[in-house]
Design a protein around this ligand. Structure first.
Ligand code: ADP
Ligand code: MG
Length: 678
């Protein structure tokens, strides 16, 4: 038998069982060994049969007085007594009639199961039995529990794995020997054997540490290699024009914050290099990222080159185009700005495309899909990506092919990236943090509200409206749902328009509206032709309405932590005090998540917590744990990540060659397409 052998080579696995294994993705022995337990139950401790306490127990006993009988409705009960020198205990099996014949008297068995009360008497229910041996598989050990499928139990999986133990010992090491030694890791062979058949919890922890390290090491190496590859690409070196920068700043209606100055300075350093910049600017909502991006673009425009500014939605693209237009106007550069969005009329689109292709349009604002797929950007020097978490190698390569060189990439995000992720997934990015918001903005007041306090909240809101401010209401759904007791945007809109807020101008915005209808509603709210905007999360990112001071979230328990933080960033963007009300659907106690957003305005802290509670996928949308291949490691494990990251750096510093590490190379190759996120 080899790792490549089919599992049908194992005793007890015929074609029918093999089909079940195939459902779990297991056809070869290598795949079987790679099938890691989901969790463990500890039956390793032996107790005397006369000294049992309720819970999982294991005894070493002889089996006596075996009886089997059918009781009502065809239910079968097998009973027996397990006896050792300390006493005896009742053993009960339900619907396992074969038990009665399979058990040998006068032989010692390991008996593992849950000791509990059944029909007023204590006993061990449905225990597992095995003749005493050096290598029990289903009893008297820390028992692995696997993800099962119909007709295939953990017990059967263990039976298969127990036959593969000799093969596990021969598993090749995948990491460099020096690394295994430096990090005091178990060998891959011992680690996998211990994952399936741990001899102690300490050994199990060692196995998990080894496999977790391997996973994160692969990620870290992938991101470092991506970074290195990026540095070997060619980009247009964009000269810094100090006079231009000063003129731009002079015309701003505000003073740049120190944080903004610093970040802009970093960007200018990057842009002058002939290697592509790959920088992420993280700044809480309202920290002023748009002006930073515009200043970056300025230098490229001055050279006659092109800048693509990609927004996640058409709404935002339109808003950015208007903002950028205003910012560039004092310099006479506003004529270079062109908007490219799906809802343009065919003739307009054709005109925009022609202007872009000729290089006459230089600052192109649009949605990512549109700019990437359908446009020829001959003089592209810089790409700005607003609030998108996916802009990977492939996307950049596509732009490179069109432009003939790699564009500089500047990503903007309001989602703070926890340190652990920054070092692995985002390891290839240079990160700038806009840590300080423009002055004069008091922190937003956030309050969790139970449904019966709605009237008080409405009163507070009415006061704000009367003072000339505006209100966002965000609902988790567009329309009523049969299955959820959540108030939808349509319902809230109707109700507000007819009752408590009938004297105010209310708009409704959601994803099912046509793009121009959406844009019209949004524009009306921006111009203060509407006092209240009821919407779904389409307003989530980037929308800037400085006069809005209240964010009301309906069914707040349905929103993610990072999402709520984003949403509340829509208010309190000017000098007025901002308020965020988290209205619950029912009077259940609020979750730890909600209480965290209520008590903290610190985006980084909230992101760390979200990562811990829900994993990276929850924060970064499309990102799945599966893609990252993390089965053992937790991305909230900062210590593990720091050591894996520095080990990956060592690997490169030692000029190690992946060619010598077959499996590692394959893992890294796959991860390189995943880690390259902005
Ligand atoms: P975000 O970082 O969320 O994208 P924006 O770029 O939309 O933030 O900026 C939010 C608001 O703050 C805008 O109205 C912008 O004009 C304003 N702003 C940006 N920088 C400053 C500053 N240094 N001082 C005062 N207001 C600023
Ligand atoms: Mg923004």
């Amino acid at each position: 038998m080899t790792l490549d052998s089919e599992i049908t080579q194992l005793a007890g696995i015929g074609p029918a069982v093999a089909k079940k294994f195939a459902i779990l993705g297991i056809t070869t022995l290598a795949q079987l060994i790679d099938y890691l337990p989901r969790r463990y139950e500890d039956y390793s401790l032996l107790t005397g049969a006369g000294q049992l306490k309720p819970g999982p127990v294991t005894i070493k006993a002889k089996i006596e007085h075996l009886t089997g009988r059918y009781v009502r409705r065809g239910m079968h009960i097998t009973e027996a007594i397990g006896r050792d020198s300390s006493g005896s205990v009742r053993l009960i099996w339900f619907n396992q009639p074969y038990r009665a014949t399979a058990i040998k008297r006068d032989q010692a068995y390991y008996v593992s199961g849950v000791y509990e009360l059944s029909h007023q008497r204590f006993g061990i229910m449905n225990p597992s039995l095995e003749l005493v041996s050096d290598f029990p598989v289903n009893t008297a050990r820390i028992l692995p529990i696997y993800r099962e499928t119909k007709g295939l139990t953990s017990r059967q999986i263990r039976a298969a794995l127990s036959q593969a133990v000799p093969l596990m010992a021969a598993l090749p090491e995948t990491l460099p020997a020096w690394l295994v030694q430096d990090q005091k890791l178990l060998s891959r062979a011992s680690a996998l054997r211990a994952m399936h058949f741990p001899e102690s919890s300490r050994q199990l922890a060692g196995a998990q540490a080894r496999l977790g390290f391997e996973e994160v090491f692969g990620l870290a190496l992938a991101s470092l290699l991506n970074k290195r590859a990026n540095q070997h690409e060619h980009a247009l070196s964009i000269p810094f024009d100090e006079h231009l920068a000063r003129t731009f700043v002079k015309h701003l209606p505000f003073q740049l914050t120190d944080a903004q100055r610093q970040v802009i300075w970093q960007i200018y350093q990057d842009l002058q290099k002939p290697q592509p910049m790959n920088r992420l600017v993280e700044g809480d909502v309202g920290s002023g990222k748009t002006v930073v991006a515009t200043m970056a673009a300025l230098m490229a425009l001055q050279q006659g080159w092109q800048v693509a500014f990609m927004a996640p939605t058409e709404l935002l693209a339109r808003q950015h185009a208007a903002t950028v237009y205003d910012l560039l106007k004092p310099l006479g550069l506003e004529t270079t700005v062109d908007l490219l969005v799906g809802s343009l009329k065919p003739a307009q689109k054709a005109r925009a495309r022609a202007a872009i292709a000729s290089g006459q349009a230089q600052f192109i604002v649009g949605t990512q899909a549109l700019i990437q797929e359908k446009v020829d950007l001959p003089k592209l020097a810089l790409v700005v990506i607003d609030e998108q978490h996916r802009f990977g190698v492939d996307q950049r390569k596509a732009l490179q092919i069109k432009a003939g060189h790699m564009p500089h990439v500047l990503s903007l995000t309001a989602t703070p990236i926890p340190r652990s992720l920054a070092l692995t997934l985002y390891g290839e990015l240079d990160i700038s943090v806009l840590g300080v918001k423009p002055p004069g903005r008091p922190p937003i007041i956030t309050e969790i509200v139970s449904p019966n306090s709605r009237p008080q909240v409405y009163a507070a809101i009415t006061q704000q409206l009367a003072a000339g401010r505006q209100l966002f209401v965000v609902c988790p759904l567009i329309s009523e749902s049969d299955t959820l007791t959540v108030r939808s945007a349509e319902l809230v809109y109707e109700e507000m328009s007819q009752k408590d807020f009938k004297n105010w101008r209310i708009g409704l915005l959601h994803g099912k509206l046509k793009p121009d209808a959406k844009a019209a509603v949004m524009a009306a709210f921006v111009r203060h032709e509407l006092d209240i905007l009821v919407s779904t999360t389409v307003v989530e990112v980037g929308v800037d309405v400085p006069n809005a001071t209240v964010m009301l979230l309906e069914g707040a328990e349905r929103f993610g932590l990072a999402q709520i933080h984003q949403l509340r960033g829509r208010v309190g963007r000017a000098s007025h005090q901002g308020y965020c009300y988290l209205l619950l659907s029912d009077s259940k106690a609020p979750s730890r998540r909600l209480r965290a957003v209520e008590s903290s305005n610190d985006g980084f802290k909230l992101a760390e917590l979200d990562l811990e509670l829900r994993g990276p996928g929850a924060i970064y949308g499309s990102l799945q744990h599966g893609q990252l291949d993390l089965r053992v490691a937790k991305l909230s494990d900062v210590k593990l990540i720091a050591s894996a990251r520095s080990a990956a750096q060592d690997f490169l510093d030692k000029s190690e060659n992946l060619v010598h590490y077959h499996e590692l190379a394959a893992q890294v190759a796959r991860l390189r397409t995943v880690t390259n996120l902005n």
